[in-house]
Design a protein around this ligand. Sequence first.
Ligand code: GDG
Length: 480
Amino acid sequence: MSRLVIVSNRVADLRATTQTGGLAVGLADAVRERGGVWFGWNGERDGVTGGDLHVERIGRVDRVAAPLSAQDVSDYYLGYANSVLWPLFHYRLDLVDYRPAFFAGYRRVNETFARQLLPFLKPDDLIWVHDYHLIPLAGFLRRLGCRQRIGFFLHIPFPPPDLLAASPNHAELVEALLDYDVVGFQTRTDAGNLKLYLGEHASAVQLARNRFSLGERSVVIYRFPIGIDAAGFAAMAREADEDVQIDLMRRRALGRRQIIGIDRLDYSKGLPERMKAFGQLLAQHPELEKSVTFLQIAPPTREEVGAYADIRMELETLAGSINGRFSDFNWTPIRYIRRTVSRRKLAPLLRGSQVGFITPLRDGMNLVAKEYVAAQDPEDPGVLVLSKFAGAAEEMRQALIVNPYDVDGMARRLHRALTMPLKERQRRHAALLDHIARHDARAWLGAFLAALEARDPPRAGRARGRPLAAAEGTSRAPLG
Ligand code: GDG
């Protein structure tokens, strides 16, 4: 079995156990099983890009943490990755802050990471690169002579060609994707968008339904919807957490039901629209007064990026205004927690909530939607209200699917969720649970690695890839 080399923006904690849960743990299990390397940024902001690596040997795995300078954290991470690619790929052209220095930093860091990773590679390794921070990595590795199989998985959406083409670097980005052997997306729509781009903008040749070639290179483009450890999460949800139990008992005694949302505090998650919909529900149904609360947990991220400060202000104002309008001395309709809550508490909190309200404006997949279903008591399950623009909606058809821009429509669906008969709740939940249990994190991992392994193994001397665009900020001929 080939070794596995994982590359992600942040290097994971390989000592974490499955108790902690999360995607990184599933990947860590796979790399521990096969032996290999996990390479990524050490997360600090005051290093020297290209400086000394911190290498830790854990069993048969090298955990390699690379430093970055403050300038590169600003240009590569906060800049190109999170002020250009994140908004662009989430269809938010209005929030893109494009600056040529950001793209230069993005290329510089990817090139440095490629040089630093190279000495750790063995000829038969499978290399799996994760997410939008690292799109050009394979191109730089190929230029250094790397002939191993390299796969890429995009955790976030991939926009339609017209939106992508608004980026001055769209041609280089797509060309860089073609240096991979397998490019994986969350949904059919995302994979379809890259295929459409190739059809419209590039002289790529379609060899088969999911296989394209451009010059010497050929790439498989496929969807691999990410899953969760459904059984593990369900077990965690059943474990009593004292604080959550007390809260649940109190709510039961008062006959109060809870609507829950859990999201990183991000403008892509549709949080203001969601709060407005809850406010609308209360305005239209006075009988719900004191009998329903909305708990929104939203740990902050990327606070140095301006758009994140704006969304935080907007939410605080909205929560204050809705609570000011509807609260009574013994009832606060919105409980808004802008902190990280431990996973041990999140799982039982999801279980104790009668509605999972997950309404991103755009989301690659959305794992919370799957976690909500896994956490439910199958005898008396809650109802998932899910945005049609979450990748998860492609699979989770038995949820109540909503348009996250339609505040009135969401309020109506919330009411329907709160009044849904037990039989219907059970029927919908059983179908959703069956799906997420079969398509779990392990299945996702296995499917991606099988696709990568199925590509031709590396052969000595075979020339692979071509250099990325030499001049920064310019489009290359074949894709321009
Ligand atoms: C990206 C894509 C895609 C949330 N708050 C807390 C907390 N969480 C956990 C959730 C869930 C995870 O974080 C969030 O995952 P999502 O999928 O919902 O969203 P992103 O962070 O945007 O992830 C997304 C994902 O990558 C995987 O490919 O699904 O579309 O955007 O597991 O439970 N965990 C803890 N405390 C919190 O306060 N411990």
